[in-house]
Design a protein around this ligand. Structure first.
Ligand SMILES: Nc1ncnc2c1ncn2[C@@H]1O[C@H](COP(=O)(O)OP(=O)(O)OP(=O)(O)O)[C@@H](O)[C@H]1O
Ligand SMILES: [Mg+2]
Length: 255
């Protein structure tokens, strides 16, 4: 038996921006629980409040109403990958990846080895001493991914982490993320616009409505764990993809 309590519990959560007649209802009301070790993917139309939800989960934004509670237990922290990378321009690539390990007080030699390992996995070994401003968008995004994964977080919050990558690298990283989160039982809340990505990675795929985003459907890709990228080639995969696409198409067309 695993730990009994969910890692993430949102109840009646809403968020609006602005006040009075100009207020924009961005999110909710929304209820969500994420169990320990569970990988939950969120898909939904642009502007429906996905990033808002993740920023509330990361403690960067307060709910307007309702609650969102994070229950992490151990010394492994929560880590977030932002849609706009959120890496430090004044630190080198290597220093960016080391940052979380330094905060965790991982001994220097181990931190160096772990950072180097993630840099090479993500094809950044030759750029360890470069500054982010000199990198391409996809490379900066890989720095953000390396930094978050290097700390082996207990809770991983990812906001379209693979959006700027080419298709091949995206597939490779999906497979790596599968392996890693299954090995470490990392609880993950993952936002993506790619239905394929959501189906490959998720224990559950939650479909959100147009703004203000609510959860309108929940699907469990029928693939047992441990899972590999091979599920992409199955008929169940294609079937679920078209089912989700039908749902999403209705939400994506502006009213
Ligand atoms: N800081 C802010 N101030 C005002 N409005 C905001 C702010 N952040 C988000 N919003 C509004 O809230 C709504 C939801 O934004 P959010 O970024 O959460 O959408 P999203 O689902 O992540 O979209 P995308 O898929 O395009 O990234 C949008 O209408 C946006 O304009
Ligand atoms: Mg967003």
């Amino acid at each position: 038996m695993g730990e009994p309590y969910p890692k993430v519990i949102a109840h009646d959560l809403t968020r609006a921006f602005g006040r009075g007649p100009r207020a924009v209802a961005a999110l909710g009301p929304l209820d969500l629980t994420v169990a320990p070790g569970e990988f939950v993917c969120l898909v939904g139309p642009s502007g429906c409040g996905k990033s808002t939800l993740l920023r509330i989960a990361a403690g960067l934004l307060r709910p307007s109403n309702g609650t969102l509670e994070i229950r992490t237990a151990g010394p492994r922290p929560a880590a977030m990958i932002f849609q706009d990378y959120g890496i430090y321009d004044w630190k080198t690539v290597q220093a960016n990846v080391r940052f979380g390990l330094d905060v965790q007080r991982v001994p220097r030699r181990e931190a160096d080895a772990r950072a180097a390992g993630w840099l090479s996995r993500l094809g950044l070994a030759d750029f360890a001493h470069a500054y982010p401003a000199t990198l391409s968008g996809g490379m900066r995004q890989r720095v953000a991914i390396a930094r978050a994964l290097a700390v082996e977080p207990e809770l991983l919050l990812m906001d379209e982490p693979f959006a700027a990558l080419d298709a091949q690298l995206r597939t490779i990283l999906q497979d790596e993320l599968l392996e890693l989160t299954q090995a470490l039982r990392t609880t993950t809340l993952f936002i993506t616009h790619s239905l394929e990505e959501a189906i490959v990675l998720g224990d559950r795929v939650l479909v959100m409505s147009a703004r203000p985003g609510r959860i309108i459907a929940e699907h469990r890709p029928p693939f047992p764990r441990p899972r590999t990228g091979d599920v992409r080639a199955t008929p169940e995969f294609s079937a679920l993809k078209s089912e989700l696409w039908d749902l999403l198409r209705k939400e994506a067309v502006p009213a």
